[in-house]
Ligand binder design. Structure first.
Ligand code: HEC
Length: 182
């Protein structure tokens, strides 16, 4: 009995906290009966998912933030942050392909440019070059930028980390790609 009511109140508290954080459903949470609260809790994952999708969708707003970040980006920090990429990628000129292709000259370079790497059809078909905007979007969440990509990597959450990584990779080119205009 005691354990059961603890659960109900615990669940109600979670519901209240989430409702407060989101800033909606507050009236419903205070006025509903227990079974309604349960129904509301079931709805919580949906709400969170919807929010994540909304946050991830406007790629252009993510892109707008990286241009100023690039100017002040720290290539040394980028080298450290690149460690998570280094399992699959080398970046030096003539470096070997691993699970992923060698990334020399990738910033500003053609997509899927390494001749002896078996790229996904999705990336080969995409074509064009790796602009700062494209790289930023790809590294944020590879699968969202390019459905069907072979790069099984969740993404780099922080914009500053992405900017640092891009600034680091940019150096590895015979003619480094110019930084974007501010
Ligand atoms: C689990 C292995 C793995 C990890 C970790 C990984 N990648 Fe990749 N990456 C790949 C694969 C595989 C491809 C080829 C994608 C395709 O063909 O769709 C790729 C493609 C790329 C490309 C496009 C290359 C080209 O020639 O067009 C870039 C840029 C890139 N990765 C950057 C990164 C960066 C930066 C990180 C770290 C933040 C990273 N990757 C982490 C496996 C990985």
């Amino acid at each position: 009995m005691g354990g059961e009511s603890y659960k109900v109140w615990g669940a109600a508290l979670v519901a209240m906290t989430v409702a407060l954080a989101i800033g909606i459903f507050i009236n419903e949470a205070t006025h509903t009966k227990h079974h309604d609260i349960k129904a509301y809790i079931v709805d919580v994952p949906d709400t969170t998912q919807a929010n994540t999708e909304v946050a991830a969708k406007p790629v252009s707003s993510t892109i707008e933030t990286i241009v100023p970040l690039l100017a002040a980006a720290d290539a040394t920090a980028g080298e450290k942050a690149f460690k998570r990429c280094a399992t699959c990628h080398t970046f030096q000129k003539g470096g070997a392909n691993k699970v992923g292709p060698n990334l020399f000259n990738v910033v500003g370079g053609s997509k899927a440019a390494i001749p002896d790497f078996a790229y996904s059809n999705a990336l080969t078909a995409m074509g064009g070059t790796w602009s700062y905007e494209n790289l930023n979007a790809f590294l944020t969440k590879p699968k969202d930028f390019l459905a069907g990509t072979k790069m099984t990597f969740a993404g780099v959450k922080k914009a500053q980390d992405r900017a640092n990584i891009i600034a680091f990779l940019r150096q590895y080119s015979d003619t480094p790609f110019p930084l974007p205009a501010q």
